[in-house]
Ligand binder design. Sequence first.
Ligand code: DQA
Length: 141
Amino acid sequence: PTIYVLNGPNLNLLGKRQPEIYGRETLEDVELLCRDVAPGYQIRLLQSNYEGQIVDWIHEAREDACGIVINPAALTHTSVAILDALNTFEGPVIEVHISQVHKRESFRHHSYVSLRADGVIAGLGIEGYAAATRRIVSLTQ
Ligand code: DQA
């Protein structure tokens, strides 16, 4: 089985971008963490700065993935298209935010994706991805 770990805009710069907020670890570190907690599963970690690309990957996940871990980044707060795409996916979806979004600007407090997510993690740093992946494993094995 395959778990998709989807990442939205600017997360390609994880480790370099505002490290005081997002830490110094990179998406490669995220991938290793996810692999570690899901033996026997394939991890497909993807990142795009484009909303439509993320929608397309969610459509691929319909055929290919048993669950989705998603950090939609800024699209969390704006994207009905990502919410609608996730609503076509039948497996578990866990939403991850590296930072504690509820402690930040009020525009980060609302998430369209939370209307679909089976779990939401915020403020655990990149460990949130491991927790989310572990949850997908326990819901699907
Ligand atoms: C984020 C929080 C979002 O508000 C922000 O736009 C991001 C990253 C996080 O992981 O903490 O780009 O999703």
